[in-house]
Ligand binder design. Sequence first.
Ligand code: BDP
Length: 593
Amino acid sequence: MLYPQNNRFRTTIDLSGFWQIRSDANDDGLKNEWFHGFTPEAEIAVPGSWNEQLSELGYMNYVGKMWYQTRFSVPDTLRENRHFLHFGSADFHALVWVNGNFAGEHSGGYLPFEFDISDLTESAKDNLLVVCVDNLLTHDTIPQGITEENFREFNKERDQSFPSTVFDFFAYGGIHRPVKLIGMPQSHLQKIRLEPVISAADGILKYRAEINVSPRNARLELALFNGENCIMRQQAEASGEEFSGELKIENCKFWSPENPHLYRLRFTLHVNGEAVDEYFLETGVREIRIEGEKLLLNGRPLFLKGFGKHEDFDVLGKGLSHPVIVKDFQLMKWIGANSFRTSHYPYAEEIIQMADRMGFLVVDEVAAVSLNFKYVTGKTLENHKQAITELIGRDCNHPSVIAWSIANEPGIWGEEEALSDYARKYWKEIYDHSKSLDVSRPVTLPTCPRLGEEDPGYKFVDFISVNRYWGWYEIPGNLEEAGNFFRKELENLYEKYKKPILVTEFGADTIEGEHATYPQLFTEEYQAILIQTYFDIIESLPFMAGEHIWNFADFRTAQHHRRLVLNKKGVFTRQRQPKVAAFSIRKHWLREK
Ligand code: BDP
């Protein structure tokens, strides 16, 4: 699936705006055929989560089905061709109807999906689009869900949150990214896969492209642009059901955080000698590799400085907001970061595109957060693999994406099962699956210390990622001792596995405005000193690949006595105001070496 675009053959119409909504706690919708249209309860902005927008109607903590409807018309020019409905994401399950006819369904949040609706729409009519979104998670879904009963079964009532989640962020529901109507020619490009390789000063861009018809009568032409200049043209070879080839860019300008140079590729599809479709892709040439204890970008050692983040903002919840995206990238540049992780789920593709343009290195994570192997089933594995397939399919052409993160902290629940043979087999299968889809990027898996040194998350990865809270959850208040534990642990891990290590999380909850001259949890000073303590240790060890602070900004979680409405580990507040630590981090990351 290609990101929707407008060009001479393709039309994209954004259906964002005010839609109508109705909740369905009693599961009445399907029975009563709401897909033919329903009496609305309220209006809602799409994209956006329902929770904060409609908290006055009692939907702040709503878990279940929510029905959406809107009307749209299809221009005649589009009706001559095929047209599709494209969803950036709907969390976590969506059923879609057009004019009362079923168009399709998608399971799994945070990733795009689309349906061909050409045969379901009518001209000279406002077409009715109905979507049923369900934010209920179960043992089989990615991420997994948990019930109140499970908390009791585990004897972990104290850990129970409201709504119940296994993870520490709010399980917002809704249509979180834009819905677009896309007009495409009858014969069109469906999939494009690029793979950059560096050969001395030259860049080689290998490509493969699939179209929706047999390539027999078709021809694919490529043009490569550097800025406004077309520097190369080529005709792709048809082999089997796809086109493939490679472009050699002499004296290539490689992509890097310092110089995120992008080339523009134009693919033009000809059928029976006539141009029928076109697609433009921006991409960079860069190579990521691991050699011994080092992560290398374009052959040079790489050190990641940045954050774990969240898609999270007042009122919007997880809804896509262009101004918030711009602000976050500006703040990350301002503070001297060069990297972030899409903790704990794939972010909007618009964010990854901006990372390409602004030179950020992205650790791209699938939504498998806090897997509990007591409840993992064959279906969980299947859904996990599917989510990885969709993530790699969506993001494989982005130069900013330098690694796939296949989960976060499995075994924080169900430790014993997480160390079982079954779990080991599971991770091997997930690792092999990721590699079968993309060998060019390393795979990693952020771990917590709970499973000890035998954690499968150290074995089935190319580089190790650790989330550590010495000085916060463990050994609170005593940073000297916390630092000693942390250093020792990193040294032991390297000694045992001989792989580069990235610290994917470390931090402290911090209430803006709390101050102390002595080490005191929750003060702005404590956060600043803890972060500096970690920097000093990480940067003194040669096998470290980088430091990602937890978190970029405060974010909403389910209700729990450990959380002051928000997880307060942000270096910025939820409204993006800097805490004291922001200034010391900036000084450190931007210092002259
Ligand atoms: C880590 C989790 C992260 C939490 C963080 C915390 O990976 O999602 O938000 O702890 O407790 O273990 O702040």
